[in-house]
Design a protein. Structure first.
Length: 196
């Protein structure tokens, strides 16, 4: 497996998140690859990571989910991969003392490219589906907690995320009511709901 650091929207490398792509081994029968190995992953993270839950979601073309995070003490790290279709995955740094605070990155992920994205605690996460359907699988380091769950508006003007909607030929993605009622980053900062 190779570990790749992620550049933010301002071309600064994030501290914490990374992408890795498992190596495949082919023969006449097909292929094999180790999709996750705790020992290697912990070396990449330089800490002991324990996942407590694994989730799957399936979304149609143009569905946008996010931007989600949980506040302390229920903050989650997420390991995300696509097992069907293709998405643009987006992360936003919510660590106020970070040099990349309020910066974002967009990562093209698909079943074909096998990229896996580590989103550590302190980041918001979301994605938009680029194919007829896409199925996402992600491990989390903390259980879901309704009272600590927060949503940042996908089109927050202070973040100005380029979701590449033009490539989907749509102006308005398909969004749940809950996500459409999300908060601005500025409001969450005023409420002290971010990370130090």
């Amino acid at each position: 497996m190779d570990k790749v650091k992620i550049k933010s929207s301002n071309q600064t490398f994030f501290e914490g998140p990374f992408i890795f792509t498992p190596k495949r081994f082919f023969d006449e029968r097909g292929f094999f690859y180790e999709s996750w190995n705790k020992k290697i992953f912990d070396q990449f993270c330089q800490k002991n990571i324990n996942f407590v839950q694994e989730n799957n979601s399936c979304s149609c073309l143009g569905v946008l989910r996010g931007l989600h995070f949980q506040t302390d003490p229920f903050a989650q790290g997420k390991l995300v991969k696509v097992i069907k279709g293709e998405i643009y995955d987006v992360i936003v740094d919510l660590r106020e003392k970070s040099k990349t605070f309020a910066e974002w990155a967009l990562i093209k992920m698909s079943k074909k490219n096998r990229k896996q994205l580590w989103v550590p605690k302190g980041f918001a996460h979301g994605f938009i589906t680029r194919t007829k359907t896409a199925e996402i699988q992600y491990k989390v380091t903390s259980f879901w907690n309704k009272d600590s769950e927060k949503t940042i508006l996908w089109n927050d003007k202070d973040l100005n995320i380029n979701w590449k909607l033009d490539s989907l030929k749509c102006d308005n993605p398909i969004i749940s009511q809950k996500d459409s009622e999300g908060s601005s980053l500025r409001f969450l900062k005023e409420q002290k709901a971010l990370f130090s």
